[in-house]
Write a protein that binds this ligand. Structure first.
Ligand code: FAD
Length: 620
């Protein structure tokens, strides 16, 4: 399959726009960023951060109110059946202040910490996925989030109080032809002759809350600028009110699950947007969207971890109650193994979730990689857990809650939870894109040093200077990745069962840094195409991060309640499993059949194995 020059140019431009929109500055230390450099910053993750008593009190009180409200007013199975969230529930949530959870008190919001915000979403998600999505799409990525981060005082005064009172917002980035690479968007915003307005035209797909939102943040192409003699694409973010002429909800989308969400295809036809409604500045829209997603992603781990806990509760009861072949199904080893893994993984998910949220509340550490890893790890783990839950419930796992109830059994909605959960590895950055994003950032410290050396724009004198600096840096850095003298010392404060895991994490972080460097040397510019190699590197880093969070949290929990060693059991089991995965990934890092599998995939795409599809009624 030959690729045309036009396709190559388009890909090049897309990559340039995406690269330009990257958040390039590292103003604060990053635990995960340093992990990939072989520097394990235990000081950031140990002792495990604890919520202050005052902050916990705020969260406890609000969560108690929300739990009461939901139990008294909302039937999640009815939402699933009818496909609607009752207006009285939305009004009730607004009354509780839940549309202004992160909005500062000065603008009428609750100004919750990230941990408390996550706690509320965690609670809501354990009960009704659609309600959790309504709240999260509104303020994890919807207008309040970028407005708090980047809005002018005037914009904040105008809009934040409206959201705090309950006006719903949405985030419109995706289009029918652009999903993972928004740099290619076609929605445009052309300035009016007097320069005071922009005329917005285009379509945005799958905009969650879009059909009921009052205000939406919309990303659109504004006229290109000329830089260094070349035309540069500009993407700009606009605050758009849905009552303005030209905004239309073309279609409400329906999905496999999350039946109560309002999600739509929106059309904008010459919508007149005042220039005062530009967020962050002309040409800064993609950057704004990516930064918004970087922070907004922290809510997802909290939500899916709640789902995993719900699964544990369901499975524990069922695996004790259900007797087959003379024993409770949970006593059969094949099912017991699933339960053990679900339990230790849920523990690890929670450890990662609260650690990442606590990092966000510190404000002096960078969280973009931690949030992406937490999203990747928790959403993938949660899918395995819900799958195991349905399997352990057997036929009842597949049956709807309504049907179970109608024939006199408890209406346990494992089937609904499965449908509601499937989207989580797709939205707010698919798992594949998360791995690429993390890999790109992991390589950044090396790329910053090496790329200027390869650039034709760097003068020869500068290249000599750079090369000298590079040799000095790597002559000091590389040998360090082979020495393990501090590993045992670091394990000191940990309980004996966890010491070997701490030693393993320390050693493997340096092996990871070395192998990332080796991969870069071997593949050079071609490394970006080695997605499976990069994926393994990211998977190793993610497991190491989860091991750190799990071990550190076990220490905290045991220090608070020394007679209960159960957190150590769970951290130990999670780490044993993670060690096997990490070793497996290292083993296949450079010895694999990736290239062969890729060739087979290309042949499959060319239709060379079409004979396999015979004997069926083909999809239309
Ligand atoms: C229920 C729901 C709610 C949503 N809410 C919103 C919202 O509020 N606002 C909004 O803007 N969008 C929203 N979206 C869109 C969502 O963010 C996108 O679906 C997501 O970004 C993926 O884009 P896509 O579906 O177009 O997949 P594509 O980008 O077409 O990708 C298809 C597949 O290819 C993979 N892939 C793509 N590029 C690469 C690559 N370079 N390397 C390797 N693999 C790759 C992807 O991982 C995926 O598996 C929502 C979608 C749904 C279904």
């Amino acid at each position: 399959m030959a690729i045309s020059d036009q396709e190559i140019r388009k890909k090049q431009t897309t990559l340039e726009v995406a690269e330009e929109a990257r958040e390039k500055e590292w103003r604060f230390p990053s635990f995960v960023g340093d992990l990939f450099l072989g520097r394990l910053r235990w000081d950031l993750a140990f002792p495990y951060p604890e919520q202050s008593a005052a902050d916990r009190k705020v969260g406890d009180e609000l969560c108690a109110k929300v739990a009461r409200f939901l139990k008294e007013n909302l039937d999640p199975d009815e939402v699933d059946r009818t496909g609607e969230l009752p207006q009285k529930v939305i009004d009730g949530l607004a009354k509780l202040g839940l549309f202004g959870m992160k909005i500062p008190a000065d603008y009428g919001g609750l100004h919750l910490s990230q941990v408390n915000y996550n706690r509320v979403l965690h609670l809501v998600a354990s009960y009704c996925g659609s309600t959790a999505v309504l709240l999260s799409a509104h303020q994890s990525i919807g207008v309040p989030q970028p407005l708090i981060l980047f809005g002018t005082e005037e914009q904040k005064r105008k809009y934040l109080p409206r959201f705090a009172r309950g006006e719903i917002s949405a985030f419109a980035l995706t289009e029918p032809d652009v999903g993972s690479d928004p740099a290619n968007m076609t929605t445009t915003a052309a300035p009016t002759e007097d320069g005071n307005h922009y005329l917005l035209s285009g379509e945005k797909l799958w905009c969650t809350n879009g059909p009921i939102a009052g205000v939406i943040v919309v990303m659109a192409q504004t006229p290109p600028k000329i830089a260094k003699g070349r035309e540069k694409k500009q993407i700009t973010a606009f605050i758009v009110e849905t009552t303005w002429p030209g905004v239309e909800v073309v279609h409400r989308c329906r999905f496999m699950g999350l039946n109560g969400i309002q999600n739509g295809l929106l059309r904008f036809q010459n919508v007149k947007v005042p220039k005062e409604n530009i967020l962050l500045g002309l040409g800064q829209g993609l950057k704004l969207a990516l930064i918004t997603l970087n922070t907004g992603r922290l809510a997802m781990p909290a939500a899916v971890t709640a789902g995993a806990k719900w699964c544990l509760a369901v499975t524990r009861k069922w695996a004790n109650e259900r007797v087959q072949w003379g024993a409770p199904v949970g006593h059969h080893e094949a099912i017991a193994a699933k339960i053990a893994q679900m339990t230790s993984t849920t523990y690890a998910m929670e450890s990662v979730t609260w650690l990442a949220a606590a990092f966000a509340d510190r404000k002096d550490v960078d969280i973009r990689l931690e949030a992406a890893m937490a999203k990747l790890f928790c959403t993938e783990a949660s899918w395995r857990i819900i799958d195991a839950t349905v399997q352990i419930r057997g036929g009842r796992g597949y049956e709807t809650a309504g049907s179970l109830e109608a024939r006199g059994e408890k209406g346990i909605p494992a089937e609904r939870f499965m449908r509601d959960s499937r989207i989580n590895t797709i939205i707010e950055g698919t798992s594949q894109i998360m791995r690429l994003f993390i890999a790109r950032e992991a390589l950044d410290p090396h790329a910053r040093r090496i790329l200027p050396l390869l650039s034709p724009e760097t003068s020869l004198t500068s290249k000599w200077k750079l090369a000298f600096g590079l040799v000095l840096f790597y002559a000091a850095w590389y040998p360090k990745q082979w020495f393990f003298w501090s590993d045992r010392k670091m394990a000191g404060p940990f309980p004996s069962k966890l010491k070997r895991h701490v030693i393993f994490i320390n050693k493997m972080s340096r092996r990871l840094a070395r192998d990332l460097f080796h991969a870069m040397m071997i593949h050079q510019r071609g490394l970006e195409k080695k997605q499976r190699l990069l994926g393994r590197i990211v998977n190793i880093g993610t497991d190491l991060f989860a091991m750190v969070a799990s071990c550190s949290r076990a220490c905290l929990l045991v220090s608070k309640n020394p007679s209960d060693e159960t957190p150590i059991d769970l951290a130990d089991l999670f780490c044993r499993d993670a060690q096997r995965r990490v070793n497996g990934h290292f083993h296949t890092l450079f010895r694999n059949h990736d290239a062969y599998a890729y060739r087979i995939a290309r042949k499959a795409l060319e239709g060379r194995y079409n004979w396999l599809e015979q004997g069926i009624i083909p999809p239309t």
